[in-house]
Design a binder for this molecule. Structure first.
Ligand code: B3K
Ligand code: ZN
Length: 840
């Protein structure tokens, strides 16, 4: 497989003006007729006429009506093309029903649909399948299906026209016997837009929330970024078999049904929140991605980091910024820090890849969003929105680079962003050591930054890091409001003068930079900040650090949870000024992975089994110490009236269910059984089931749940995943194995595969069972899946990325699993790139 380098970029030889496509649909023999107007690119260096094309049967190809005499390989074709505008016409045959990779044109439960990003269009027809080639598409769909959709405006009779030039990765087609929810939206300048959510028959009752989220997203983008929608139609389609969450195709977003379908009976609060975020994200791409796209796939973060940042802003505005930020950082640490700290570490803008689909990562997305957040912090809100405005006007209709993006902010602020750009270029999470001193009313903070070596990058230059700092006095009053310390050197000092006594610092407030702070902080100080910090993020962070310290000592010194920590938690539980969702987060406790990281940092080899057992004791102690309080909290958090997916109610359910989880450790599941029996929404039903499974008493309810929901695919995914998630230790791989034998297990459906194996990888103690059964089982199934769906198989191989953390036995078994995958016959380029990188 070929490694492709950013530094090798050259402009396309030919540009495209218009593309006419006709699809004659047939499950095994769809004919695709293309008529493309090409013209030579004056900026081209290499003039060869080359079209990508994979798994296509070429029927005919002409240039200006004459046989093109194309030279065809497995990856594309070349032909003699004139050095003047010309018309290319071709006919190819493809087989959507046997396309199990779910890339290109494929079938999902009888409906045709497409996924072209990143390089799937080349499986539909011959084309310069690169994002810097943009054309105006007209599409005709011939077939007996009731609904036939493509991008842009509906010309009737299966004919579509998209007036906005776009790269091929944004092309989409859907055909099937679908039904739709219709609504309308009027943009701020008065454009009337028809909105539809298309689903399979039987799912219509799950579309209302998505529609509402879409309209709120449209309003938000007008109000916050001044971005208006630009077509008369916006369609969303729900598809059951989909490799990721959703796709922002121009005017025709295609969604994994799990990322759009919601109803109170079948979806949890978490599902509602995720759906809202994904709808917003895909909609926001219309400007940050579609109107302005990427020059090449190395620039992926240009659209993804920015769009994630925008969806996080939207969710914060909708659901509350404190809790949104904490949840975003939890995600970032769990996925991105883990990635940045292992064999798969890569810069936010990678320098090379073999398979671009392997770079839709937490680093490109979530760290990419953090970088935008830091830019905004450094230059200020006004300059940020001014720079964005310039970006939208200067680059509308173009395929751009990170340099283009940064230049807009240099031009509006007059600031040199060369050092800032290192955030895009250097991999690895910076570590910042904090030193402090106090003398004669002056408090000095000394920050020392370093970034560990990552694959291909041994040394790193100091970055610019915006660290938000506030100071408290020992009465818990804020004596220095949040100030941004702009760390630019390896060692950088900041002074705070005119103080009466040594203050207590609150550092990296709001998690202003995605770094690891290294600081000897006492537990007294942590408890103090948990009680008094005015910054909600650091308040929560201090509690988290306390919990981590307790658990680490439980693992390494067989300590018992200390009273000071339990008292601090009790104070949180009793504090009526704190919002319920915030309290729930304070009680969520450090994750198994958090503890592992902390142990690795302390030079201790983590043993997932031991950590799991310590966590059990830890959680039991907390439950016992709050014993008297729990029934009251639980009762107070119950909601009368119908389910509403609004932040206020969700917060109450979060906190109420956190109390239920604690109660269930004491009452053997009695309260959870009651809740399960009376629940009138999925959030309550599922959290009760979780408590029962954890207490190993939920067999009956588990069966009842199955019987109730066996015809709902999305709820069945939860059923599969819960059983693996809550299985203890080596029961988890056994459970996963048993579930693969269940008649409702279907490996070709990515949601179902992830329900079982994503849950296994997430059950740390189970996946790392000392007998190696977790590693071996996942390897077996990744090999099987790879033959059908390389993209999802490759993505799930990241379960092994931490293999070097563990003891020699576990390392050996994980290496064996990886080597076995690597040696599998006919391994895909996707999975082979991943295991090779993980092993190195
Ligand atoms: N842009 C798509 C992701 C495509 C992934 C291709 N392997 C969804 C999104 O980020 O909005
Ligand atoms: Zn995106």
């Amino acid at each position: 497989p070929l490694e492709i380098f950013l530094s090798d970029y050259t402009p396309p030889a030919y540009l495209v003006d218009t593309v006419d496509l006709t699809f004659k649909l047939d499950p095994t023999a769809t004919r695709v007729l293309s008529k493309i107007a090409f013209r030579p690119n004056p900026d081209a260096v290499d003039k060869t006429f080359y079209l990508h094309g994979e798994q296509l049967k070429l029927i005919s190809a002409t240039i200006d009506g004459k046989d093109a005499q194309a030279k065809v390989t497995d990856l594309g074709l070349t032909a003699q093309a004139p050095d003047a505008p010309f018309i290319w016409e071709a006919e190819v045959e493809i087989s959507p029903s046997t396309n199990t990779a779910l890339e290109g044109l494929y079938m999902s439960k009888g409906m045709y649909c497409t996924q072209c990003e990143a390089e799937g269009f080349r499986k539909i027809t011959y084309y310069p399948d690169r994002p810097d080639v943009m054309g105006v598409f007209t599409v005709t769909i011939e077939g007996s299906e009731k609904v036939k959709l493509s991008n842009g405006n509906d010309l009737g009779d299966g004919k579509w026209h998209d007036p906005w030039p776009k790269p091929a990765y944004l092309f989409a087609l859907v055909a099937g016997d679908l039904v739709n929810l219709h609504d309308t939206f009027t943009t701020k300048s008065g454009r009337h837009v028809d909105l539809n959510i298309y689903v399979r028959d039987g799912d219509l009752h799950k579309t209302a929330f998505g529609m509402d989220a879409l309209k709120r997203s449209m309003t938000w983008d007008e109000e916050v970024y001044g971005r208006e929608y630009d077509l008369d139609l916006f369609n969303i389609v729900a598809v059951d078999d989909f490799n990721m969450g959703a796709m922002e195709n121009k005017g025709l977003n295609i969604f994994n049904s799990s990322a759009v379908l919601a109803s109170p009976d079948t979806s949890t609060d978490g599902n509602f929140a995720r759906i809202e975020t994904i709808i917003a994200h895909e909609y926001f791409h219309n400007w940050t991605g579609n109107r302005i796209t990427c020059r090449d796939w190395f620039q992926l973060c240009l659209k993804e980091g920015l769009t994630v940042f925008r969806d996080q802003q939207f969710s914060g505005d909708t659901r509350g910024h404190a809790v949104e930020r904490i949840n975003d950082v939890l995600q970032l640490r769990a996925r991105q820090f883990r990635e940045d700290n292992g064999p798969l570490a890569h810069p936010v803008r990678p320098e090379s890849f073999v398979e671009i689909n392997n770079f839709y990562t937490a680093t490109v997305y979530e760290k990419g969003a953090e970088v935008i957040g830091m830019l905004k912090t450094l230059i200020g809100d006004d300059a940020y929105y001014k720079g964005c405005e310039l970006y939208f006007t200067r680059h509308d209709g173009q395929a751009c680079t990170i340099e283009d993006w940064l230049k807009c902010f240099e031009d509006t602020t007059g600031r040199d962003l060369t050092q800032f750009k290192l955030w895009y270029q250097q991999a690895g999470t910076p570590r910042v050591k904090v030193g402090e001193s106090y003398k004669d009313g002056t408090y000095t903070l000394t920050f020392t930054q370093s970034t560990p070596a990552t694959p291909g990058q041994d040394t790193k230059d100091p970055r610019v890091i915006p660290i938000a700092v506030g100071l408290l006095n020992d009465a818990g009053e804020e004596i220095q409001a949040t100030r941004i310390c702009e760390v630019t050197d390896e060692i950088h000092k900041f002074r705070f003068t005119g103080l009466d006594a040594k203050p207590v610092p609150s550092i990296n407030r709001g998690f202003s930079a995605p770094i690891i702070l290294e600081r000897d902080q006492s537990n007294e100080e942590r408890a103090f900040l948990l009680a008094h910090d005015t910054d909600p993020f650091n308040k929560w962070e201090s509690g988290r650090a306390l919990g981590r310290d307790v658990l680490v000592r439980m693992v390494t010194e067989d300590a018992t949870p200390d009273q000071a920590y339990l008292d601090a938690l009790e104070a949180v539980a009793r504090d009526d000024t704190l919002a319920p969702d915030f309290k729930a987060l304070c009680f969520s406790g450090p994750s198994n992975d958090d503890i592992q990281q902390a142990l690795v940092d302390a030079g201790v080899t983590p043993d997932p089994t031991k950590i799991f057992l310590a966590s059990q004791t830890f959680n039991l102690s907390i439950s016992q110490s709050l014993q008297d309080l729990l029934p009251r909290i639980y009762a107070e958090m119950q909601i009368d009236g119908p389910y509403r997916p609004v932040a206020e109610d969700m917060g109450k359910r979060d906190w109420g269910n956190a109390a239920l989880a604690m109660l269930s450790r004491l009452d053997g599941g009695a309260q959870a059984a009651k809740q399960f029996a009376t629940a009138d929404n999925m959030t309550q039903q599922l959290s009760a089931l979780g408590c029962l499974l954890r207490a190993e008493v939920g067999e009956e309810q588990n069966q009842a749940f199955y019987d109730q929901w066996k015809n709902d695919r999305l709820v069945m995914d939860k059923w599969f995943s819960m059983q693996v998630m809550f299985a203890k230790l080596d029961a988890a791989p056994k459970m996963a194995k048993a579930l693969t034998e269940h008649p409702d297990f279907d490996m070709t459906n990515p949601n179902r595969f992830r329900a079982v194996f994503g849950a296994l990888a997430g059950n740390t103690a189970g996946f790392h069972s000392p007998d190696g059964s977790g590693y071996a089982l996942l390897a077996d199934w990744l090999i099987k899946l790879d033959a059908k769906n390389p993209q999802t198989a490759a993505r799930m191989s990241t379960a092994y990325e931490t293999w070097k953390r563990y003891d020699a036995d576990r390392q050996g078994m994980m290496r064996d699993a990886l080597e076995r995958i690597k040696a599998a016959p006919k391994l895909s380029g996707d999975l082979s790139e991943m295991v090779t990188r993980i092993l190195n």
